[in-house]
Design a protein around this ligand. Structure first.
Ligand code: C2O
Ligand code: CU
Ligand code: CU
Length: 500
């Protein structure tokens, strides 16, 4: 049954009344026997490759209302793309031309943004490409990127947080011959598994609770339940001894520090922009909202293993007494389980893992034509009390203002300094960059690949280097912003154009 705009708004505003916490759990903290809770088969979004028409892959997407059953007997009103919640995994080939028809069957305007892709600004699906209710917007472009895990989501101005929270997001996988030749696990749903991580809050009646308190707006909206591909208490039955997980932090605000319950080693093989030079052995991985990582995990006959969150080495919001207090109030960073993996007894031996992967694009600092400086601000005191004060270089986002004009093809360093008490994942549209340094130090091996989102801790200075290629348009801006969606909605976003 279609919902009116008013109903949609109401769903989001039943603030904290009868908030649901998982039984046996204190907030999101693990119970004594967490495994018993995790028995819902992990949902797998359907794959959509589109139909071939006139040399293009045509993909039809429709935004609409639905009802989801995350918690069994308590139905949750949601929004989704070609379904009740989230969207299909779009799967396309590098070099291919694609045409995405986005039809909005919601009663409020929306957009769909292709996060991580290099494309014309008018095709980007940002806040200037609004799709009004009942209308269809078409985005057509050539896929330039190499094999990688990208994603897509609503980018409606001031409404991105709530629209993504209710379900407007999905994964976008690019394949290429180079990646295929590596013989990495690539059987979707068998040994190549998408994991879209999202935390959600529920009211007693099962409806989502979305940000309404000052705390939610300042820290970003965090929930008490983990959904993986829209499955709460998810269990995945391992099918192959070597399994590739494509992990997307699709949460509005939560930063994960993921590890396995037995602290096993795994290999990170890809970052936001695609495959790394070589697999990087890891035991934990930090993923901020917007970031992706592909990892290879070995499973053998064994007991269950949980994927879990361990409190961050640099907790968010501890930069000042006030933020530290707010984080504590929220129980913001306690350990919790994300999902469960169950490996059968008869798994065969581990497959061979390639030692070298690819050579991702790189630039040296000496190639840079210029450095642009960006300072991330949160105004404390009154600005903070009003839930405002988010900005970049002292200014909040303004749709009519262009913050930077970048010459097409110039190699540039973007120097991002976080002058606020919280960590912010900064995302730049239309490009993949390299992290040059963090406070002058080279990034860890697993961050030495192509990225489009980088977590900048409180007080930290991160320099990234990139080059905007293929498209210029002095009239149509791309966005750069914090990917904590409540921060983005509150103004921690800017616009740049690529010019010739
Ligand atoms: Cu993932 Cu501007 O967005
Ligand atoms: Cu983006
Ligand atoms: Cu932020």
């Amino acid at each position: 049954m279609p919902k009116t705009r008013r109903q949609f708004l109401q769903l989001a505003s039943t603030a904290g009344i009868g908030l649901l916490t998982p039984l046996g759990y204190t907030g999101i903290v693990a119970a004594d026997d967490p495994t018993s809770w995790f028995r819902n088969p992990l949902g797998l979004p359907p794959v959509l490759e589109g139909r071939l028409h006139g040399g293009e892959r045509v993909i039809d997407l429709s935004l609409g209302y639905g009802t989801s059953e995350f918690l069994g007997d308590r139905p949750t009103p949601t929004v989704g793309i070609n379904g009740a919640y989230l969207g299909p995994v779009l799967r396309v080939q590098q070099g291919g031309n694609i045409r995405l028809n986005v039809t909005n069957r919601l009663s409020e305007p929306s957009t769909l943004h292709w996060h991580g892709l290099n494309l014309p600004a008018t095709m980007d699906g940002g806040p200037h490409q609004i799709v009004d209710p009942g209308k269809t917007w078409t985005s057509a472009f050539k896929v330039h990127q190499a094999a990688s895990t990208q994603w897509y989501h609503s980018h409606m101005y001031h409404r991105t947080g709530i629209q993504v929270y209710f379900g407007l997001a999905g994964m976008f996988i690019i394949d290429d011959p180079r990646g295929n030749a590596l013989n990495l696990p690539s059987d979707y749903g068998v040994d190549d598994i998408p994991l879209i991580l999202q935390d959600r809050s529920f009211n007693q009646n099962g409806s989502f609770r979305y940000a309404s308190s000052m705390h939610d707006r300042m820290m970003g909206m965090m929930g008490q339940f983990m959904l993986v591909n829209g499955t709460a208490f998810a269990r995945f039955d391992v099918k192959k001894p070597l399994t590739r997980l494509r992990i997307l932090n699709g949460s509005n605000a939560r930063i994960y520090n993921l590890e396995f319950s037995d602290r096993r080693e795994f290999l990170q093989i890809a970052t936001d922009g695609g495959l790394l030079e070589a697999p990087v052995p890891m035991r934990n991985i930090v993923l901020a909202p917007g970031e992706r990582a592909e990892i290879l995990v070995g499973f053998s006959a064994e007991k269950d293993v949980m994927l879990r969150h361990k409190p961050l080495p640099r907790p968010n919001g501890s930069g000042s007494a006030m933020m530290g207090m707010m984080a504590m109030m929220a129980g913001a960073d306690q350990p919790f389980d994300v999902m469960r993996f169950v490996a059968p007894r008869d798994l065969s031996k581990l497959a061979e893992i390639p030692v070298r992967l690819v050579e991702p694009r790189n630039w040296s600092a000496t190639d840079a034509v210029r450095t642009r400086r960006f300072t991330l601000n949160m105004r404390m005191g009154m600005g903070m009390m009003q839930g405002g004060g988010f900005g970049i270089n002292g200014r909040a986002m303004d749709l009519r203002r262009i913050d930077a004009r970048v010459p097409l093809g110039d190699v540039e360093i973007w120097d991002i300094y976080n002058d606020s008490p919280m960590a912010h994942p900064i995302h730049i549209h239309n490009t993949q960059f390299r992290i040059l340094d963090r406070d002058g130090k080279s990034p860890q091996a697993n961050e030495q690949g192509l990225k489009d989102t980088v977590l900048v801790y409180s007080g930290e200075r991160v320099r990234v280097i990139t080059q905007f290629e293929n498209y210029s348009d002095a009239a149509a801006p791309y966005m750069f912003h914090c990917h904590i969606l409540e921060h983005e909605d509150a103004g921690m976003m800017g616009q740049f154009v690529v010019v010739t």
